[in-house]
Design a protein around this ligand. Sequence first.
Ligand SMILES: CC(C)=CCC/C(C)=C/CC/C(C)=C/CC/C(C)=C/CC/C(C)=C/CC/C(C)=C/CC/C(C)=C/COP(=O)(O)OP(=O)(O)O
Ligand SMILES: O=P(O)(O)OC[C@@H](O)CO
Length: 232
Amino acid sequence: MNSWRHVFKLDPNRTLSDRGLETICNSGTDAVIVGGTDGITYENSRRLIERIRAYPVECLQEISDEEAVVFGVDGYLIPVVLNAGSLRWVLEAQHRAIRKYGDWIPWEKVAAVGYVVLNAQSKVARLTESRTGADPADIKAYARLAENLFRIPAVYLEYSGTFGDETAVRAAREGVERSHLLYGGGITREEEARRMARWADTVVVGNLVYENVEAAAETVRWVKETVKEDQT
Ligand SMILES: CC(C)=CCC/C(C)=C/CC/C(C)=C/CC/C(C)=C/CC/C(C)=C/CC/C(C)=C/CC/C(C)=C/COP(=O)(O)OP(=O)(O)O
Ligand SMILES: O=P(O)(O)OC[C@@H](O)CO
Protein backbone atom coordinates (compact mmCIF):
# COMPACT_ATOMS: atom_id res chain seq x y z
CA MET A 1 0.00 0.00 0.00
CA ASN A 2 2.84 2.35 0.79
CA SER A 3 3.71 2.81 -2.85
CA TRP A 4 0.16 3.40 -4.07
CA ARG A 5 -0.59 6.79 -5.55
CA HIS A 6 -3.86 5.93 -7.24
CA VAL A 7 -6.37 3.11 -6.76
CA PHE A 8 -9.82 2.24 -8.02
CA LYS A 9 -12.55 0.92 -5.74
CA LEU A 10 -15.00 -1.37 -7.50
CA ASP A 11 -18.36 -2.29 -6.05
CA PRO A 12 -19.44 -5.94 -6.42
CA ASN A 13 -23.06 -4.76 -6.25
CA ARG A 14 -22.73 -2.66 -9.44
CA THR A 15 -22.41 -3.68 -13.06
CA LEU A 16 -19.27 -3.05 -15.07
CA SER A 17 -18.87 -4.36 -18.63
CA ASP A 18 -15.86 -6.49 -19.61
CA ARG A 19 -14.63 -3.60 -21.72
CA GLY A 20 -14.98 -1.22 -18.76
CA LEU A 21 -13.13 -3.59 -16.46
CA GLU A 22 -10.35 -3.96 -19.00
CA THR A 23 -9.99 -0.18 -19.19
CA ILE A 24 -9.73 0.06 -15.40
CA CYS A 25 -7.34 -2.85 -14.91
CA ASN A 26 -5.03 -1.70 -17.71
CA SER A 27 -5.19 1.98 -16.73
CA GLY A 28 -1.87 2.01 -14.88
CA THR A 29 -3.55 2.32 -11.48
CA ASP A 30 -1.61 0.84 -8.58
CA ALA A 31 -4.35 -1.46 -7.31
CA VAL A 32 -8.02 -2.33 -7.47
CA ILE A 33 -9.95 -2.59 -4.21
CA VAL A 34 -13.18 -4.57 -4.17
CA GLY A 35 -15.71 -3.33 -1.64
CA GLY A 36 -18.77 -1.29 -0.85
CA THR A 37 -21.40 -0.70 1.78
CA ASP A 38 -24.58 -2.52 0.79
CA GLY A 39 -25.58 -5.54 -1.25
CA ILE A 40 -22.13 -7.08 -0.78
CA THR A 41 -22.32 -10.87 -0.92
CA TYR A 42 -19.82 -13.69 -1.24
CA GLU A 43 -21.09 -14.46 -4.75
CA ASN A 44 -20.93 -10.98 -6.23
CA SER A 45 -17.54 -10.35 -4.57
CA ARG A 46 -16.11 -13.66 -5.84
CA ARG A 47 -17.36 -13.02 -9.39
CA LEU A 48 -15.83 -9.55 -9.55
CA ILE A 49 -12.54 -10.67 -7.99
CA GLU A 50 -12.29 -13.55 -10.44
CA ARG A 51 -12.70 -11.14 -13.36
CA ILE A 52 -10.07 -8.77 -11.97
CA ARG A 53 -7.63 -11.65 -11.41
CA ALA A 54 -7.43 -12.09 -15.19
CA TYR A 55 -5.32 -8.90 -15.23
CA PRO A 56 -1.88 -8.35 -13.69
CA VAL A 57 -3.10 -5.52 -11.42
CA GLU A 58 -2.93 -5.92 -7.61
CA CYS A 59 -6.36 -6.83 -6.21
CA LEU A 60 -7.47 -6.40 -2.59
CA GLN A 61 -10.74 -7.02 -0.86
CA GLU A 62 -12.06 -4.49 1.61
CA ILE A 63 -14.17 -6.51 4.00
CA SER A 64 -17.47 -4.94 5.02
CA ASP A 65 -19.31 -8.21 5.68
CA GLU A 66 -17.72 -11.26 7.24
CA GLU A 67 -19.83 -13.53 5.03
CA ALA A 68 -18.31 -12.11 1.86
CA VAL A 69 -14.63 -12.98 2.37
CA VAL A 70 -13.07 -14.38 -0.82
CA PHE A 71 -9.86 -16.46 -0.91
CA GLY A 72 -7.06 -15.69 -3.30
CA VAL A 73 -6.76 -11.91 -3.27
CA ASP A 74 -3.45 -10.12 -2.80
CA GLY A 75 -4.58 -8.60 0.48
CA TYR A 76 -7.45 -7.77 2.82
CA LEU A 77 -8.27 -4.29 4.08
CA ILE A 78 -10.19 -4.13 7.34
CA PRO A 79 -12.11 -0.90 7.95
CA VAL A 80 -12.13 0.58 11.45
CA VAL A 81 -14.45 3.60 11.49
CA LEU A 82 -12.77 6.04 13.85
CA ASN A 83 -15.72 8.45 14.00
CA ALA A 84 -18.45 5.79 14.09
CA GLY A 85 -21.38 6.37 16.42
CA SER A 86 -21.26 2.78 17.61
CA LEU A 87 -18.51 0.44 18.77
CA ARG A 88 -19.87 -2.09 16.32
CA TRP A 89 -17.90 -0.47 13.48
CA VAL A 90 -14.77 0.19 15.53
CA LEU A 91 -14.09 -3.24 16.95
CA GLU A 92 -17.18 -5.42 17.43
CA ALA A 93 -17.66 -6.57 13.81
CA GLN A 94 -13.90 -7.11 13.58
CA HIS A 95 -13.82 -9.09 16.85
CA ARG A 96 -16.67 -11.28 15.64
CA ALA A 97 -14.91 -12.02 12.34
CA ILE A 98 -11.60 -12.81 14.03
CA ARG A 99 -13.41 -15.19 16.36
CA LYS A 100 -15.08 -16.83 13.37
CA TYR A 101 -12.00 -17.19 11.11
CA GLY A 102 -9.57 -17.87 13.96
CA ASP A 103 -6.49 -19.75 12.80
CA TRP A 104 -7.33 -19.30 9.12
CA ILE A 105 -6.57 -15.61 8.94
CA PRO A 106 -3.49 -14.88 6.78
CA TRP A 107 -2.34 -11.97 8.93
CA GLU A 108 0.56 -11.11 6.66
CA LYS A 109 -2.02 -10.17 4.02
CA VAL A 110 -4.25 -8.14 6.37
CA ALA A 111 -4.10 -4.39 7.05
CA ALA A 112 -6.41 -2.23 9.12
CA VAL A 113 -7.59 1.05 7.63
CA GLY A 114 -8.74 3.82 9.96
CA TYR A 115 -11.68 5.51 8.27
CA VAL A 116 -12.96 8.98 8.98
CA VAL A 117 -16.35 9.08 7.25
CA LEU A 118 -17.34 12.62 6.33
CA ASN A 119 -20.23 12.65 3.84
CA ALA A 120 -23.36 12.61 5.97
CA GLN A 121 -25.50 11.57 2.96
CA SER A 122 -23.48 8.45 2.13
CA LYS A 123 -24.73 4.97 2.91
CA VAL A 124 -21.61 4.25 4.89
CA ALA A 125 -22.16 7.32 7.08
CA ARG A 126 -25.75 6.32 7.77
CA LEU A 127 -24.86 2.70 8.45
CA THR A 128 -22.08 3.55 10.86
CA GLU A 129 -23.82 6.64 12.33
CA SER A 130 -20.59 8.48 11.79
CA ARG A 131 -19.98 11.87 13.36
CA THR A 132 -19.56 13.63 10.06
CA GLY A 133 -19.42 17.13 11.56
CA ALA A 134 -15.74 16.69 12.43
CA ASP A 135 -13.72 19.88 11.90
CA PRO A 136 -10.07 20.02 10.78
CA ALA A 137 -8.81 19.87 14.39
CA ASP A 138 -10.93 16.75 14.99
CA ILE A 139 -9.63 15.18 11.82
CA LYS A 140 -6.02 15.88 12.69
CA ALA A 141 -6.67 14.29 16.08
CA TYR A 142 -8.27 11.21 14.49
CA ALA A 143 -5.23 10.86 12.26
CA ARG A 144 -2.85 11.14 15.22
CA LEU A 145 -4.93 8.71 17.25
CA ALA A 146 -4.88 6.18 14.41
CA GLU A 147 -1.15 6.46 13.92
CA ASN A 148 0.16 6.82 17.44
CA LEU A 149 -2.34 5.08 19.71
CA PHE A 150 -3.83 2.38 17.48
CA ARG A 151 -0.74 2.10 15.22
CA ILE A 152 -3.01 1.71 12.24
CA PRO A 153 -0.95 1.72 9.03
CA ALA A 154 -3.47 3.70 6.97
CA VAL A 155 -5.92 6.55 7.48
CA TYR A 156 -8.74 6.98 4.94
CA LEU A 157 -10.67 10.25 4.57
CA GLU A 158 -13.94 8.96 3.13
CA TYR A 159 -16.23 11.40 1.33
CA SER A 160 -17.79 8.66 -0.78
CA GLY A 161 -20.21 10.21 -3.29
CA THR A 162 -19.18 13.84 -2.87
CA PHE A 163 -16.05 15.90 -3.37
CA GLY A 164 -14.48 16.63 -0.01
CA ASP A 165 -13.01 19.55 1.85
CA GLU A 166 -9.40 20.15 0.99
CA THR A 167 -8.78 21.70 4.41
CA ALA A 168 -9.82 18.42 6.02
CA VAL A 169 -7.41 16.42 3.89
CA ARG A 170 -4.68 18.88 4.70
CA ALA A 171 -5.43 18.51 8.40
CA ALA A 172 -5.19 14.74 8.13
CA ARG A 173 -1.89 15.15 6.28
CA GLU A 174 -0.57 17.20 9.18
CA GLY A 175 -1.75 14.51 11.60
CA VAL A 176 0.13 11.59 10.08
CA GLU A 177 3.85 11.03 9.84
CA ARG A 178 4.13 7.30 9.16
CA SER A 179 0.60 6.12 8.44
CA HIS A 180 -0.47 6.13 4.81
CA LEU A 181 -3.15 8.71 3.94
CA LEU A 182 -5.91 7.81 1.49
CA TYR A 183 -8.52 10.20 0.16
CA GLY A 184 -11.71 9.05 -1.58
CA GLY A 185 -14.82 10.86 -2.70
CA GLY A 186 -16.39 12.55 -5.70
CA ILE A 187 -13.39 12.78 -8.02
CA THR A 188 -14.73 13.52 -11.51
CA ARG A 189 -12.46 16.24 -12.93
CA GLU A 190 -8.77 16.89 -13.35
CA GLU A 191 -8.72 19.85 -10.98
CA GLU A 192 -10.32 17.76 -8.23
CA ALA A 193 -7.93 14.86 -8.67
CA ARG A 194 -4.92 17.15 -8.58
CA ARG A 195 -6.14 19.08 -5.53
CA MET A 196 -6.50 16.00 -3.34
CA ALA A 197 -3.36 14.36 -4.74
CA ARG A 198 -1.33 17.23 -3.28
CA TRP A 199 -2.16 16.11 0.25
CA ALA A 200 -3.10 12.42 0.12
CA ASP A 201 -0.63 9.60 -0.47
CA THR A 202 -3.31 7.72 -2.38
CA VAL A 203 -6.38 8.99 -4.22
CA VAL A 204 -9.25 6.50 -4.54
CA VAL A 205 -11.74 6.70 -7.42
CA GLY A 206 -15.03 4.80 -7.30
CA ASN A 207 -18.30 6.15 -8.70
CA LEU A 208 -16.74 7.72 -11.79
CA VAL A 209 -15.89 4.24 -13.07
CA TYR A 210 -19.61 3.57 -13.46
CA GLU A 211 -20.43 7.01 -14.85
CA ASN A 212 -17.63 7.56 -17.34
CA VAL A 213 -15.01 4.86 -17.49
CA GLU A 214 -12.74 6.73 -19.91
CA ALA A 215 -12.63 9.76 -17.61
CA ALA A 216 -11.98 7.41 -14.69
CA ALA A 217 -8.94 6.00 -16.49
CA GLU A 218 -7.67 9.56 -17.00
CA THR A 219 -7.63 10.13 -13.24
CA VAL A 220 -4.61 7.82 -13.00
CA ARG A 221 -2.47 10.27 -14.96
CA TRP A 222 -3.87 13.34 -13.17
CA VAL A 223 -3.03 11.86 -9.78
CA LYS A 224 0.33 10.39 -10.72
CA GLU A 225 1.53 13.61 -12.35
CA THR A 226 0.75 15.62 -9.22
CA VAL A 227 3.61 16.16 -6.82
CA LYS A 228 2.73 15.90 -3.14
CA GLU A 229 3.26 18.93 -0.92
CA ASP A 230 6.44 18.72 1.09
CA GLN A 231 5.51 18.49 4.77
CA THR A 232 8.98 19.06 6.18
C1 LIG B 1 -8.73 -16.21 3.71
C2 LIG B 1 -9.41 -15.94 4.97
C3 LIG B 1 -9.96 -17.06 5.77
C4 LIG B 1 -9.50 -14.70 5.37
C5 LIG B 1 -10.14 -14.33 6.59
C6 LIG B 1 -10.74 -12.99 6.40
C7 LIG B 1 -10.03 -11.96 7.14
C8 LIG B 1 -8.95 -11.22 6.50
C9 LIG B 1 -10.45 -11.76 8.36
C10 LIG B 1 -9.92 -10.73 9.20
C11 LIG B 1 -10.91 -10.52 10.25
C12 LIG B 1 -11.64 -9.21 10.18
C13 LIG B 1 -11.23 -8.24 11.20
C14 LIG B 1 -12.63 -8.97 9.27
C15 LIG B 1 -13.46 -7.73 9.19
C16 LIG B 1 -14.89 -8.00 9.44
C17 LIG B 1 -15.83 -6.83 9.33
C18 LIG B 1 -17.17 -7.13 8.84
C19 LIG B 1 -15.48 -5.59 9.72
C20 LIG B 1 -16.40 -4.41 9.71
C21 LIG B 1 -15.99 -3.43 8.71
C22 LIG B 1 -16.80 -2.16 8.75
C23 LIG B 1 -16.44 -1.15 9.74
C24 LIG B 1 -17.83 -1.98 7.88
C25 LIG B 1 -18.72 -0.82 7.85
C26 LIG B 1 -18.91 -0.29 6.43
C27 LIG B 1 -17.64 0.18 5.83
C28 LIG B 1 -16.79 1.12 6.57
C29 LIG B 1 -17.27 -0.28 4.66
C30 LIG B 1 -15.98 0.09 4.04
C31 LIG B 1 -16.14 0.43 2.67
C32 LIG B 1 -16.70 1.76 2.37
C33 LIG B 1 -16.36 2.92 3.17
C34 LIG B 1 -17.46 1.85 1.36
C35 LIG B 1 -18.09 3.08 0.89
O1 LIG B 1 -19.11 2.58 0.24
P1 LIG B 1 -19.58 3.00 -1.18
O2 LIG B 1 -20.47 1.90 -1.61
O3 LIG B 1 -18.44 3.33 -2.07
O4 LIG B 1 -20.30 4.35 -0.92
P2 LIG B 1 -21.67 4.64 -0.21
O5 LIG B 1 -21.46 4.58 1.24
O6 LIG B 1 -22.05 6.01 -0.65
O7 LIG B 1 -22.58 3.59 -0.72
O1 LIG C 1 -17.04 6.61 -5.18
P1 LIG C 1 -16.28 7.88 -4.94
O2 LIG C 1 -17.12 9.05 -4.58
O3 LIG C 1 -15.31 8.15 -6.03
O4 LIG C 1 -15.40 7.58 -3.62
C1 LIG C 1 -14.38 6.63 -3.70
C2 LIG C 1 -14.26 5.83 -2.45
O5 LIG C 1 -13.77 6.59 -1.40
C3 LIG C 1 -15.52 5.11 -2.03
O6 LIG C 1 -15.27 4.30 -0.92
